[in-house]
Write a protein that binds this ligand. Sequence first.
Ligand code: 6PG
Length: 631
Amino acid sequence: MNSNKQLAIFIMGVSGVGKSTIGKLLADQLSIPFFDGDDYHPEANKKKMANGHPLNDEDRYDWLLNLNKLAKEQTCHNSCVIACSALKESYRNLLKNGIETNIKWVLLYGSFDQVLSRIKQRTGHFMPTSLLKSQFETLEKPIEALKINIRETPQNITTYIVNELQKKSEFGIIGLGVMGKSLARNLASNNFRLSMFNRHVPKIEEDVAKTFKNEFLELSAATAFDDLSAFVNSLQTPRKILLMVNAGKPVDAVIESLIPLLAEDDVIIDGGNSHYKKTQERIDLLANHKMHFIGAGVSGGEQGALKGPSIMPGGDADAYTLVQPYLETIAAKNKKNEPCCTYIGSGGSGHFIKMVHNGIEYVEMQLLAEVYFILKNTGKSPDEIATILESWSTETNSYLLEITINILRKKEGNGWLIDHILDTSGNKGTGNWTTIATAELGMPSTLIPASLFARYLSAFKEERIEISQVYTSENKELAIDERELLNAYHLARIVNHHQGFRLLSQASVAYDWHLNLSEIASIWTNGCIIRSTLMEALIDILKKDDNLLLNDTLVSQVKTLKPSLNTIVSQCILGDVPIPCLSEAVNFLNGYSTANSSANIIQAQRDYFGAHTYQRVDDMSGTFHHTNWEE
Ligand code: 6PG
């Protein structure tokens, strides 16, 4: 076959649809071997069917294993065609086991009467017509199959299959910005036949896809388009199209122009940082057209996308099976060599967890910025700070720690580049969304807003300069213990992860997503921005406890580290050094571990001015009380 990947093409469907006829014709046309699945039935199965008894799943088990073995052997050196009814999804799972990316399903289908009349014309077949009904009942149509009605002639059907498989791409990507380009190269390097589209904007975006294709060797088999309908027609059905366009209106615009060009069962994957509520709306829109939409968070930046990102797909579970081989192949791998990509849940869950990933990311970044600032205030140079951070990596390593060390070491002339970078930080909005989401769900994920507002405060550069002249503080050099700083940093990270996973846990209940927190930690151990040794440890911890602050191992760590966090925060406050996330970590821990808090005053105030009522500690009946406070 004219493809760089060996395929096992399974021609499937109920008995009588013409699997062997089409299979042989197809194999001839492609010059590859043909195998009739029926020849691989154990004798007992053939006898059972000849006696008019349908096969059960147990009977079929060994048969399916035989065919899986055959497909595996064949795809080691060539493509092949196998005719096999493969009626149930569970059968197909056995057939494709271990060769998921080398399988193509072609479903031949027709009406019961159409197939019955064909079967009646047959001689010498061991399948009696009485079993046809049970076959129709058993058939679970695979969403991922190329579906062909048998009313066409065998020759036409074969030509159609050849055109689809040989001339068309198996995966499409729209939007060749930084992330889109890296993902396209990743897909092509994994031998997926790819169609790439980038819009044409005169003088601004011209021939982007073509130019890109010519730049990289791995893209030589890919096809490049700036015409959307030609791009769509270049894809095998059901189509799988990854959108890598800017979140917001551009996503809706592309979806709108795609819908009239697509067909039933086609899948659009949105790989951008879209809002999870918009993702749910888009799922509903596509469902109205019997099409599918997967909202997939993708983390890892340009390098991650190229070498293996962490991917967080959510949406319709069946539609996920269609795109699973592609996403899981290009994803990073965890320590057990499993893909850092797993089906997250229904609706906008994939984009929700990517949003929370970013919230955790904001805090992790802010904590490192605070550590840097504290050490800077002790009089250390960027190189000295880098050396200290490097010594921490044996105890608490993370991707963000590593890049911060590299950033601090980067020289410019005789000095350091970091000293020339303006202290106002930008953001693309995901921290803002996480802050709103946590508030909407009533969850006190207090570090995320603290990190977000630290960025917002940084943006008021001119005002800060003015205010700093009004409130000049005498230049006090901080004297802190580095070990205590490490302890404080480590504990604040535990609090950050505790809050992030509690937020996920609450969202899971509120939206009925059934999130598996341990699996989420696992796909965050590689490829993504918040990968760290702490995240690796959380895989097992989250299997037992979804409240990290109640986990035995972490409880003892928190107790040991807390005095250091108290000390560092106190020293910074006395030294006028801003540390919004470290101090919020102390406040959160103090508040969370206070059995009797000050909220009784709030309740009394609410009741005083607004008759909002309150509950009493000496009345456990749940009754709400009201007092006329000024009587
Ligand atoms: C990732 C990043 C990535 C990115 C965002 C948020 O996981 O690869 O989170 O999605 O950095 O653009 O960045 P800002 O809000 O900080 O701009």
